[in-house]
Write a new protein. Structure first.
Length: 285
């Protein structure tokens, strides 16, 4: 009996290794807390994009990663969090992460679940009438009072830090406040591509901020090259424009009578004449 089970596990690992070798990207996902119905729906949806999810025991996943021979695969082992599974694809890992994040929805917390992020309760009115609820809110660190016949939360408060477990009492209060802190979906904890490991902090890119940072860097580089007088195809027009303006300013101050600036000199002389005229006393006009 034991030998049969052992061979079954060997076959599972062998099949898992075979699947891993078919794809360029190996990802570790945490499916903890994900309802089975939602998981099946996501697996079907992702399959259409040639993304495969494989669920089995953590130990078997670990052995497969150790023995598959793919560069960097073994470094995914520390990223097998919660209830781990593998996600396999030929897609860009950043695009995969974004796809999985878009597919998530919010859900209520349950006792014992781990907060994916800090849980913030904001100040403001609630639908509750005065009563025991004030004490219940206070018991989980939420300061409340009465305003206009309703219970009101007095100040913003973080009731649970990321990585901490929800108590039954806190989970109940949050649900009654219509605060749903749990993310229902696949959590990509890390991905391996060509031996490189991208963890969640790297994959979670704020695209707007990223573009703004690139634009700022480009502007700083342009300013530095101009100050340092480094001439290249990207800034040569700026140098030409700057040199042209400086030559005009020099010719105006000299003055140098050239056809390129004669209109400017006439305009300057006219402005000086008007200025003098305005300062002449009326009795001298």
């Amino acid at each position: 009996m034991t030998a049969s089970i052992s061979q079954k596990k060997k076959d599972l690992v062998s099949n898992l290794i075979s699947e891993i070798k078919k794809y360029k990207i190996i990802g570790a996902v945490n499916v903890e807390g994900l309802p089975s119905g939602a998981l099946q729906k996501m697996r079907f949806s992702l399959r259409k994009d040639n993304v495969k999810i494989i669920m089995t025991k953590r130990r078997l996943i670990k052995v497969a990663l150790e023995k598959c021979g793919k560069k960097g695969a073994i470094d995914l082992i520390p990223h097998l969090k919660g209830m781990p599974a593998l996600i396999l694809t030929n897609e860009n890992p950043f695009k995969l992460f974004k796809q999985l994040e878009r597919s998530k929805s919010q859900g209520p917390a349950k006792a014992g679940q781990i907060a994916p992020n800090d849980v913030l309760v904001k100040a403001g009115p609630t639908p509750f009438a005065p009563g025991p609820i004030i004490g219940e809110l206070g018991a989980v660190g939420i300061k409340a009072g009465i305003n206009g016949g309703k219970v009101e939360i007095k100040a913003d408060v973080t009731v649970l830090k990321e990585g901490k477990a929800f108590t039954a009492q806190l989970a109940s209060i949050l649900s009654r406040l219509m605060i749903f802190p749990m993310e229902i979906g696949l959590n990509l904890t890390a991905a391996c591509e060509d031996g490189l490991i991208y963890d969640k902090t790297v994959l979670s890119v704020d695209e707007k901020q990223y573009i703004e940072n690139i634009s700022a860097c480009a502007a700083w580089a342009m300013n530095l090259s101009i100050e340092a007088k480094i001439y290249n195809k990207d800034n040569i027009e700026v140098f030409i424009t700057k040199a042209s303006q400086e030559s005009i300013n020099l010719a105006m101050d000299a003055p140098i009578y050239a056809k390129e600036i004669i209109d400017n000199l006439i305009g300057k002389a006219n402005a000086q004449m008007l200025s003098v005229s305005e300062n002449v006393p009326d009795e001298c006009k």
